[in-house]
Structures are given as structure tokens and as C-alpha cells.
Write a protein that binds this ligand. Structure first.
Ligand SMILES: Nc1ncnc2c1ncn2[C@@H]1O[C@H](COP(=O)(O)OP(=O)(O)OP(=O)(O)O)[C@@H](O)[C@H]1O
Length: 269
């Protein structure tokens, strides 16, 4: 998929500026950035839910409106009276999908929610239901916008473990909006960072972390990205993350990036 010079304005407020990138088959891309950076707007344009003010998207073989695409957007809702199992049937594209959905429900320990009304489910249960609804169709493309927002850390971890094991098997293409770096690192191999409607960095995993260093152990809110100095491809690790890493690993963290190294003492001073 080729996204070319996408711009979007709401009245006089331009919220996306000259966004261009390619999303390749099988790639797993995280869209990161602070509140209001334009992530959801971009996702909605890519999904065809929103029209860009200018620019084009060449979908190639991808068709995000077809049933080989699963998407979960922010604030999705369903008729409040719909039962969990009705929701799954509604989204299943065929009998195979229904059968797979039933297996996923067991794996997710969601059986008891199938006869409850949508409006009576908690936020996390609703998200799990949406996720199973999408996964049961074994889609080739996933567009997921902040699916773990508002969940407790246990549910968040569970949801992501579940998603990552399913995505690995299926080699799906993923575009993921998240505020949690550890989730992005768990699921994605490429990281596009938006700031004030512009792409300020497009990084591979190896650009961000040293391979033998387990960042996944650390938790950090992505808004800390502000602390990265993204300039000429040199990065500074956020202090909070560095401090956590120091406590956990008590060793020097050699920051990735060509010959650019910072040691923790300097960071924490
Ligand atoms: N329907 C709308 N009408 C007017 N302005 C909007 C509308 N939707 C979004 N915006 C504005 O566009 C900008 C980008 O919003 P968007 O929701 O895309 O950001 P985001 O990066 O997804 O933020 P968050 O992390 O908070 O979800 C914000 O300034 C927001 O106020």
C-alpha cells in the first residue's frame, strides 16, 4: 500500500501534513505519537472511514474494506442489546470463521460472556470480543487503534499475548496505534512516529533497540518519546526507561545508533 502526500484539515486546523509511506505485505507497523498527533485520523483515512483533504492511497492488492481485513477503531460500539455470541456471528464471514471464533472464545476464557449483552460487558471484555470478532476471520490485514486503552495491566498483557501469538502464525500485515512502547515492540518491526501531523521518524526495530537488550521488560508510556532527541538519527533514551533498566539490569546500556553511545550515569545525572 502506498500512502502519498496525505493531508487533512478540520476547518482551518490542519492535522495531517504531507504524510507519505509504504506499508508492505506482512509488515507490522506501529503508529506512535502523543495525543492529538493525528494517528486515529490517519488510520481512519487508510480504512476509508474518512476522506483526506488531499493526497492519494494506492492500495495495491490490499483492500481494507474487504473481509480479509480486521479493524478495531477507537470508540467502536454495537447495539447495546446484542449478545456476545450474536456479535461474533454477525462478524464471522463463514462457518469456518464461526468455528474458529468458538475456539478463540475458549482460549480467551470468554465463554461466560457470550450470553451477556454488549452494554453489560466491561471495557476490556468488549475489546476482547472485538478482537475475537476480527481474528476469527483470519484476516490478512489488521488495523488496530489503541485496543488496550483503559484496560488493567493484566488484561492488557493478556490481550497482547493473544494477539501476538495469532499474528505470528498468520503473518498478517498490521498497522497498530498504541501509546505503549512495549506493546509496539512486542508486535511490530517498524515504528512510524507522528508529531503534530507529520512523520518525524520511520524506524526499524534495530534502529530503536539493541538486539540483546530486553526492552520488553520495561514499561514506558509512549508520550515519553518527547524525550527522544530525534535529530539526524540520533536518539536519547528516556530517563524513566533508563532508570528502570538500570534497576533491573544494573549494567551500562549501550544505546543503539551507529557510533553514538550514552551511558546511564550521564543520563541519570
Ligand atoms: N472530527 C473532528 N473534528 C475536528 N477536529 C478533529 C476531529 N477529529 C480529530 N480532530 C483533531 O485532529 C487532531 C488529531 O486527532 P487524532 O484523534 O487523529 O489524534 P491521535 O494522535 O489519534 O490522538 P490520541 O492519541 O489522543 O488518540 C486533534 O487536534 C483533534 O482535536
Amino acid at each position: 500500500m502506498k500512502i502519498k502526500n496525505i493531508e487533512k484539515s478540520y476547518g482551518k486546523n490542519q492535522v495531517l501534513k504531507n504524510i507519505s509511506f509504504e506499508l508492505n505485505q506482512g509488515e507490522k507497523v506501529a503508529l506512535l505519537g502523543n495525543n492529538g498527533a493525528g494517528k486515529s485520523t490517519l488510520m481512519n483515512i487508510i480504512n476509508g472511514n474518512l476522506e483526506a483533504s488531499s493526497g492519494q492511497i494506492d492500495y495495491g492488492t490490499m483492500n481494507p474494506t474487504s473481509n480479509n481485513t480486521g479493524y478495531i477503531m477507537q470508540n467502536m460500539t454495537l447495539p447495546p442489546d446484542a449478545l456476545g455470541n450474536e456479535v461474533l456471528s454477525l462478524f464471522a464471514r463463514d462457518e469456518n470463521a464461526k468455528n474458529y471464533g468458538r475456539r478463540l472464545v475458549k482460549e480467551f476464557r470468554m465463554e461466560s460472556f457470550l450470553n451477556r449483552r454488549f452494554s453489560n460487558l466491561s471495557g476490556g471484555q468488549k475489546q476482547k470480543l472485538f478482537l475475537i470478532s476480527a481474528l476469527q476471520n483470519s484476516p490478512e490485514y489488521f488495523f488496530l487503534d489503541e485496543i488496550t486503552t483503559g484496560l488493567d495491566s493484566e488484561s492488557r498483557g493478556e490481550l497482547f499475548k493473544f494477539l501476538s501469538s495469532n499474528l505470528k502464525v498468520k503473518e498478517a500485515t498490521l498497522l497498530l496505534v498504541t501509546h505503549y512502547l512495549e506493546e509496539a515492540l512486542q508486535l511490530c518491526d517498524r515504528f512510524i512516529i507522528l508529531k503534530e501531523g507529520q512523520i518525524i521518524a520511520d524506524l526499524k526495530k534495530s534502529d530503536l533497540i539493541q538486539e540483546d537488550f530486553s526492552y520488553l521488560e520495561c514499561s514506558m508510556n509512549i508520550s515519553d518519546f518527547e524525550e527522544y532527541r530525534i535529530k539526524e538519527y540520533q536518539y536519547k533514551i528516556p530517563k524513566k526507561l533508563a532508570a528502570e533498566a538500570l534497576v533491573r539490569f544494573s549494567k551500562e546500556i549501550v544505546l543503539y545508533q551507529k557510533d553514538y553511545r550514552i551511558d546511564l550515569e550521564e543520563l541519570l545525572s
